[in-house]
Design a protein around this ligand. Structure first.
Ligand code: ARG
Ligand code: ZN
Length: 844
């Protein structure tokens, strides 16, 4: 049942052209395929094997003559001529009963598709694998007003439309949309002089919420030309917003399909964070046109080839458009919060996995986010020029091909001459490397001894050291930088380096800009961390110094019952008040590590995290910060007010972030007076939620929540926020009971993935509530995953990751989590998706 990387073999045939014709009907859509094929000279001869699932075959022909293929549960087999031939077949499918949202399905009356990774086989019989690339033509017959597919528009008329995609593509990039849609349109002229029609298609009524996504799209197109020399290659670029979608969005050639929440925005309905996510996802999907579509993956083991690179590119883009410092800190928080957590548990897997049962389970933080870190490290190792040369070579050499990580690394070796054998280990070894750094400062010389090791992960015990780029510098205690950023390569353990820095009165700043996805153990006194927080020229490490102080303070409170650390509070104040620092950066400095982050930190230090104690420590430290910093926070709250019309760009968003961060603390002191005033006066969703969330946290939001519901009950994306925030931000361990109540709410439409995540997923976001000692959090999640699995296996399987941290906790909680996993695993007809996830968690 498992697929292995080492089993790769090319497909028996070459597909020369695909023509598809759709007669769209809700419960009986007919799909007719005409596919030109010939034997693949590079493959072993054999019968024609096509993937197909849930299809009713009406007829099949080869070169016009009826054939009778052998059908089974996963496809068909038929003898084919040893020469070029035309395969034709007609199948019937039922989009109306497709609740898995994979293949062709219906969302709010709109036909749409999701084919990555293996959904095309639910549309017609086909070699559904990414290394089979072909040009497609499509005809859609339907009375619906808007009929879309990939490529350029062809003929259209009453009840039909034709589409032509000249660029060979794998089936996972196929898309079709049909519905009653309206467009927000614009144009873009490429650097090559191509005039491209841009359309964002939405349901009537949503057309006023597309301007920001369109703006982000045009900026993405210009950026990819400017930074990577990549221009768009079709006459139209269509984006469609869909309400029912398992993931964020999908890069189908010329027809990107998005979860509506990552397209639609207006100041009244979307927060600054929503705007930022829309910008980055629009960019991500657009950038896939070159890194993913024109150059795709040979097989699904190479998923990081397109995802890691495209995430890296969208992070670069957002950094360029906003702030590199703020972007990097956010990316690292996300990496640590999701990927380090994954890497430390039973679901740990390499960036390029060696085997899988269900590929949809590998669209993970490791493949995406750690995959992106590998690109950043490569760039650090070969330099900016080397990176640019390698990328040019990649596009020149591999355009139109389905590639591997070996191809990717070869362009770096060929373009720069650098041997990447040791670097390549990053792709095949799971686990977050740990760097233990000893440092000494004598006679003006800074000496570092770095020990590196990778912890064991499921199925991987003995690991070799990959080369690790470590950026470092040093800051004198008087604030001067005495060692500018230098990148050293840790390629053996231990690695020793020394630098003449001319003073003994300095502090090393190690792993600047988080130059590698590792855990750093570096012993620094509190006072030395305060020096870095005050003076580090590297914004990431400046922030990190504050974070380490906060973690030390929280750890002492949790484990020794210590009081909140006055030195931490004293070190924070000047940074918060420093007018030369970007408000968005200061907002990040003001934020405390999450409960889950603290639980992971304690577990890594060999302790058993107590969720209630962590929540209490965080609450107490937050309260102490509010008391101690009250005047600074009040000045920020008053001073960071934004005047004039709402602008989602970084400058104003940063001010709102800092102001609302200040409000969150002040609300702990004023009983919610300021927050209630802000909630009443807010004219944008950022300020509205900036007030509502702190009110929820102090248990004083009943009235505000009721009014919020009345205002937004007909707006599905805002209603998702109403559901999720009252659970995720619930104080104490109340989240479990609130979620249990909200699943009874008439607006809880559990078959809609966004709504399901807003309730069940939100409970998982509330650490103390999910881990409530009576097991009610675990039980509720398990009940609902059992219910969702037969309806939507992908979304259910993904959410089982809430249990991946089981091993961190005490025996009672571990037992309750195991009970929940056992119960899921015993559900009748458990999907392959959820079965694989739960199996790995029970074994690991
Ligand atoms: N390729 C898409 C993206 O990264 C994600 C689609 C994943 N879908 C899935 N069912 N696994 O933008
Ligand atoms: Zn992607």
């Amino acid at each position: 049942r498992a697929v292995h990387l080492t089993d790769y073999a090319p497909f028996s045939h070459i597909v020369e052209h695909v023509h598809l014709s759709f007669d769209l009907r809700r419960s009986a859509t007919r799909v007719t395929a005409r596919i030109g094929m010939r034997p693949n000279p590079d493959a072993t001869r054999g019968p024609l094997r096509l993937d197909g699932e849930g299809l009713t075959l009406l007829w099949a022909r080869i070169d016009g003559a009826e054939v009778a293929p052998r059908l089974d549960a996963t496809g068909l087999t038929v003898d084919a001529p040893d020469a070029p031939f035309v395969w034709e077949c007609a199948v019937e499918i039922d989009p109306s009963s497709n609740t898995a949202l994979e293949g062709l399905y219906i969302s709010n009356g709109m036909f749409c598709t999701q084919c990555e990774a293996e959904g095309f086989r639910k549309i017609t019989y086909y070699p559904d694998r990414p290394d089979v690339m072909a040009p497609f033509t499509v005809r859609i017959n339907s009375d619906l007003p808007v009929l879309l597919s990939n490529g350029n528009p062809g003929a259209s008329g009453d009840g039909f439309a034709e589409w032509e995609d000249p660029h060979p593509k794998p089936a996972y990039l196929f898309a079709l949309v049909a519905g009653d849609l309206v467009a927000h349109s614009d144009r873009f002229t490429t650097s090559e002089g191509r005039d491209v029609a841009l359309n964002i298609w939405v349901r009537p009524g949503d057309e006023d919420k597309c301007a920001y996504a369109m703006d982000a799209l045009k900026r993405s197109m210009a950026w990819d030309e400017r930074v990577y020399g990549r221009a768009y290659d079709l006459d139209v670029f269509n984006v469609v917003a869909v309400d029912d979608f398992n993931m964020g969005a999908m890069e189908n050639k010329g027809l990107n399909i998005f979860n509506a929440r990552y397209v639609l925005a207006s100041p009244e309905t979307a927060t600054d964070d929503d705007y930022a996510r829309i910008e980055s996802i629009v960019a991500h999907e657009y950038f896939h046109n070159w890194t993913g579509n024109r150059i795709t993956c040979r097989d699904w083991f190479q998923l990081c080839l397109k995802e890691g690179l495209t995430v890296y590119r969208d992070q670069q883009f957002s950094g360029d458009e906003r702030s590199h410092a703020v972007q990097r800190i956010g990316d690292v928080q996300m990496l640590r919060g999701r990927q380090f957590r994954e890497d430390a548990g039973p679901l740990a897997h390499p960036v390029r996995p060696a085997s899988y049962i269900e590929i949809n389970n590998f669209y993970t933080a490791t493949v995406y986010e750690k995959g992106a870190e590998l690109i950043g490290m490569l760039r650090r190792l070969v330099g900016d020029d080397g990176y640019a040369k390698a990328l040019d070579l990649y596009f020149a050499r591999h355009d139109g091909q389905a590639c591997t990580i070996e191809d990717w690394l070869a362009v770096f070796q060929d373009a720069t001459g650098r041997d990447l054998t040791q670097f390549k280990l990053w792709y095949s070894q799971a686990g977050t490397p740990v760097l233990d750094v000893d440092w000494r400062l004598e006679d003006g010389t800074l000496t570092l001894k770095i020990d590196a090791a990778i912890p064991e992960t499921p199925g991987q015990t003995d690991k070799a050291l990959p080369v690790i780029p470590v950026s470092l510098g040093a800051i004198a205690r008087d604030g001067r930088e005495v060692l500018a950023t230098t990148v050293i390569e840790v390629s053996e353990t231990p690695t020793r380096v020394s630098f003449d820095i001319g003073t003994d009165d300095a502090v090393p700043s190690v792993l600047r800009n988080f130059s590698a996805p590792v855990t750093l153990n570096l012993d620094l006194a509190k006072a030395d961390r305060a020096v870095l927080l005050a003076h580090d020229t590297d914004p990431f490490n400046k922030w990190e110094a504050g974070r380490m102080l906060a973690k030390a303070a929280l750890t002492a409170m949790v484990t020794d019952g210590a009081d909140s650390d006055p030195d931490f509070l004293a070190a924070l104040q000047p940074v918060l008040a420093d007018e030369t620092l970007d408000p968005a950066f200061r907002a990040l400095v003001l934020g405390l590590p999450s409960d889950d982050d603290m639980a992971g930190t304690l577990a890594l230090a060999g302790q058993t995290p107590d969720p209630d104690a962590i929540a209490a420590a965080r609450r107490d430290l937050g309260h102490a910060m509010a008391v101690d910093l009250e005047s600074t926070l009040t000045a920020l709250y008053d001073g960071m007010q934004v005047h004039g019309p709402y602008d989602p760009a970084a400058a104003d968003a940063g001010k709102r972030a800092l102001r609302n961060a200040a409000l969150a603390y002040l609300t702990k002191l004023d009983g919610g007076d300021r927050a209630r005033r802000q909630f009443d006066a807010a004219d944008n969703m950022t300020d509205s939620l900036g007030a509502l969330v702190p009110l929820i946290r102090i248990g004083a939001a009943d009235d505000a929540l009721a009014r919020f519901y009345q205002s937004w009950k007909d707006h599905r994306l805002v209603l998702d926020k109403w559901f999720s925030l009252q659970i995720a931000a619930a104080p104490g361990t109340e989240g479990a009971a609130i979620a249990a109540r909200l699943v009874e709410h008439p607006d809880f439409d559990w078959k809609n993935p966004n709504r399901f995540r807003s309730v069940i997923g939100a409970l998982g976001m509330n650490h103390a509530s999910f881990h409530k000692a009576d097991g009610s959090g675990y039980a509720l999640v398990a009940d609902w995953l059992i219910k969702l699995d037969p309806v939507n296996p992908q979304t259910a399987a993904r959410m089982t990751t809430l249990f991946e941290t089981r091993a961190r906790y005490d025996a009672d909680r571990q037992g309750l989590m195991r009970d929940a996993l056992d119960r899921i695993s015993a559900a009748p007809d458990l999907s392959r998706d959820t079965g694989e996830m739960v199996g790995r968690m029970l074994d690991g």
